[in-house]
Design a protein around this ligand. Structure first.
Ligand SMILES: Cc1ncc(COP(=O)(O)O)c(C=O)c1O
Length: 376
């Protein structure tokens, strides 16, 4: 019995054949490893793909968030709101600036930031004498957050929105592509992400010329006219030319992969909706399906996960502990002093099943049959 990985990166490699090898060798032969044409060309293609005016690549998705927080000039006394049910990088970027992450609960259906809880968090921040500055919305598992509600609240309270689209690049929201949903969008090219490279990589997308110029400077030590002219304090966070060359090849097949992910997700949902809680698919919103995550309300999740493992099927729990319960983050404020109940409940009941564009029907059927058997 062959085992079924959560994400099968080798299957994509088989499809791409020697195109990636050729691209990598081209960079090696040109010996132009940092920035240069490969990076500039990839950035142009990335911006064009999502309709943003600027794409600025960087070292990884965490750096993209950090660069965004430096560009928004947050610091001590500032409150930035983010969901607690996310990867640590979201809050880390805020805390590293010595600003205060204020944790917000999530919606039960999309696992994304809940607007009413955001309003509570804004009150919490004000009571704590913090200055509310902005929101980092996370498009968890690839499903864009409820930007219309967030924009309304942001406008009322004078906040900016940064979209953490590490998982959702390729998704759409009411006719707009991810990359156009906030003033600044950050994404990750971690290998298992929908658009992943062969190592670390990330990018920032924006329509704002000034922010784009600022981030472009920040990623190269706050460069001015050149890197020996330093006009602001920055970092060293660039996408390698080799990764850019790989990503250019991958971007060419990305639309097709997104279609395959959507088809696979729909098939899972059709087959599993009477057994477990399947992901919500909001109208006029399309997910990039970074993960296919079910909710095992009323089931023993450990038993289901162990049964799947025994059958050679990999699963993952994103995320077992919400950030406001983590050692490093538990002292930061949260929307509700009594806890963030939906995040806590979902942390105990979510399970992500194998999901990638090359999951064939026979393999998917093995997963479906086993989940039905274990969760019934
Ligand atoms: C929601 C979210 N934000 C940020 C990141 C950070 O991206 P990276 O691993 O490229 O630094 C990730 C990636 O794991 C993520 O899932």
């Amino acid at each position: 019995m062959t085992s079924i990985p959560l994400v099968d990166l080798r299957a994509q490699r088989r499809r791409l054949g020697n195109r990636i090898d050729t691209a990598v060798l081209r960079v090696c032969d040109e010996a132009n490893f940092i920035m240069g044409n490969e990076v500039a060309e990839f950035e142009r293609s990335l911006a064009e793909f999502c309709g943003a005016r600027h794409a600025i690549s960087c070292g990884n998705g965490t750096d993209a968030l950090i660069l965004a927080m430096i560009a928004k000039d947050i610091g001590p006394g500032d409150a930035v709101f983010c969901p607690t049910f996310t990867f640590a990088a979201t809050a880390e970027a805020i805390a590293l600036r010595r600003a205060t992450p204020v944790f917000v609960d999530i919606r039960e259906d999309t696992f994304n930031i809940e607007p009413d809880s955001l309003l509570e968090a804004i009150e919490t921040a004000r009571r704590s004498a913090l200055r509310p500055r902005g929101v980092i919305a996370v498009d968890l598992f690839g499903h864009p957050a409820d930007y219309a509600s967030l924009e309304e609240i942001a406008e009322q309270h004078g906040l900016w929105i940064v979209s953490d689209a590490a998982q959702s690049f390729g998704g759409r929201y009411r006719g707009r592509a991810v990359g156009q949903l906030a003033e600044l969008t950050t994404t990750s090219f971690f290998p298992s992400k929908p658009l992943g490279c062969y190592g670390d990589g990330g990018a920032i997308l924006t329509d704002d010329d000034e922010l784009a110029a600022c981030v472009d400077s920040l990623r190269v030590h706050g460069k001015g006219a050149d890197k020996y002219d330093n006009v602001r304090i920055g970092v060293n966070s660039r996408l390698d030319a080799i990764q850019a060359a790989i990503l250019k090849e991958k971007l060419a097949i990305f639309p097709d992969e997104l279609t395959a992910r959507a088809r696979i997700a729909r098939r899972y949902s059709d087959e599993l909706c009477d057994t477990v809680r399947t992901p919500h698919m909001a109208n006029n919103v399309s997910s990039a399906w970074a993960a296919y995550t079910v909710v095992l309300d009323g089931h023993d999740r450990d038993k289901v996960a162990a049964g799947l493992k025994q059958a050679g099927i990999s699963t993952a729990i994103y995320y077992p502990v919400p950030l406001h319960r983590q050692t490093a983050y538990r002292d930061f404020p949260r929307a509700n002093r009594n806890g963030l109940p939906r995040s806590e409940r979902l942390a105990n009941s979510v399970l992500s099943l194998p999901m990638h564009p090359y999951l064939d029907e026979a393999t998917q059927d093995r997963v479906i049959t086993k989940v039905r058997e274990l969760a019934n």
